[in-house]
Design a protein around this ligand. Structure first.
Ligand SMILES: [Zn+2]
Length: 260
C-alpha cells in the first residue's frame, strides 16, 4: 500500500489513528481530498530510497487538514515517526523548500521553471546551476576519563543535556570547527579528535557531522550566549538525554558502551 508525504506548505500531514500518528496511505488521501485534486499535486522528486518510498504531494500552506489528519511542522514527525519515514519526510521537505524558494536565477534573474527531477536547477538562460542548501555542523562528544562533557541550551526541553555542536564557517575544516566550537562554548581544549558518523538534520537543512574527542586542558567556562550550562557527567548519573533518533544520542550511547 503506497504511503504519502503530503505537505501543506512546510507542514506535514499525518494520519491520526490508534492514539498515534503515522504517514497516511495514498488511498486514505484520495478519499479525504479527492483523487483528481491529489493527482494534481504530486511532485516527482527522487528520495534515493527503496522502491516503496512514500509518494510526495505539495499543497499550499493555506489548506487545513481533513478530519482524521493533522498538519504540523517536522518536529512533530520527529517524535512520532519511525526513523526511515522521518528521513524521507526530512528529505522531501528540504527539496520542496528548495523548489519553492528558488524560482529565479540569482545570477541573471531568468525564470527557473524547468525542474526535471534532478538534484539541481539549471538556469535555461545563463547555465548557472542552483543546488539545494546543505549546512554542515559538527557535533562532538568530549570525554575525560569516565566522564562526558554535555551542555544544555535554553531551547532544550527541561533537564536535557546534549553534546556540543556548532555550524561550520566558510574556509573552515570540520576539525577546525570542532576545536573552535568547543573552546568558544566551554573554554576547553581537546585532542585526539575522531570521526564518528553523520546524520541529516532537516531543521531546516543541516548535516550533523559527529566526532568524539578527548579532553586536553581547561576548566569549563561557558559562553552564556550559546549555552546555559555544561558539566561533566559519568555514566551512572546522566541527565535527561536528547531524542533517541539523534546523532547526539548515538554519541552518548557509544560513550556509555565504552566506559560502562
Ligand atoms: Zn541565469
Amino acid at each position: 500500500m503506497s504511503r504519502a508525504l503530503v505537505f501543506f506548505g512546510s507542514r506535514l500531514l499525518l494520519r491520526t489513528a490508534d492514539a498515534g500518528l503515522r504517514l497516511p496511505t495514498v488511498d486514505e488521501l484520495a478519499e479525504a481530498l479527492g483523487p483528481e485534486r491529489l493527482a494534481e499535486r504530486e511532485v516527482k522528486i527522487g528520495l534515493r530510497a527503496p522502491v516503496d518510498a512514500p509518494r510526495i504531494f505539495d499543497f499550499e500552506d493555506r489548506h487545513e487538514p481533513p478530519a482524521g489528519f493533522r498538519a504540523d511542522g517536522l518536529r512533530v514527525a520527529y517524535h512520532a515517526l519511525e526513523e526511515a519515514d522521518f528521513r524521507a519526510a526530512g528529505t522531501a521537505r528540504q527539496k520542496l523548500e528548495f523548489l519553492r524558494t528558488t524560482r529565479f536565477c540569482s545570477r541573471c534573474a531568468a525564470s527557473l521553471d524547468t525542474y526535471d527531477g534532478h538534484e539541481a536547477l539549471g538556469c535555461p538562460s545563463c547555465g548557472q546551476m542552483h543546488f539545494p542548501r546543505v549546512s554542515p555542523a559538527v557535533i562532538v562528544l568530549v570525554q575525560r576519563g569516565r566522564e562526558a562533557l554535555l551542555g544544555r541550551s535554553a531551547r532544550f526541553p527541561e533537564g536535557v543535556y546534549s553534546t556540543l555542536a556548532g555550524f561550520v564557517e566558510p574556509g573552515e575544516s570540520l576539525e577546525e570547527c570542532a576545536h573552535r566550537e568547543i573552546y568558544e562554548e566551554v573554554g576547553v581544549r581537546v585532542t585526539n579528535l575522531r570521526y564518528f558518523g553523520s546524520q541529516p538534520h532537516p531543521f531546516p537543512h543541516s548535516l550533523m557531522v559527529g566526532f568524539v574527542a578527548d579532553w586536553e586542558e581547561g576548566h569549563i567556562s561557558i559562553d552564556d550566549d550559546e549555552i546555559e550550562d555544561a558539566r561533566w557527567f559519568g555514566p551512572e548519573a546522566l541527565p535527561n538525554l536528547p531524542h533517541p533518533m539523534s546523532i547526539a544520542r548515538a554519541l552518548i550511547e557509544d560513550f556509555i558502551r565504552r566506559v560502562g
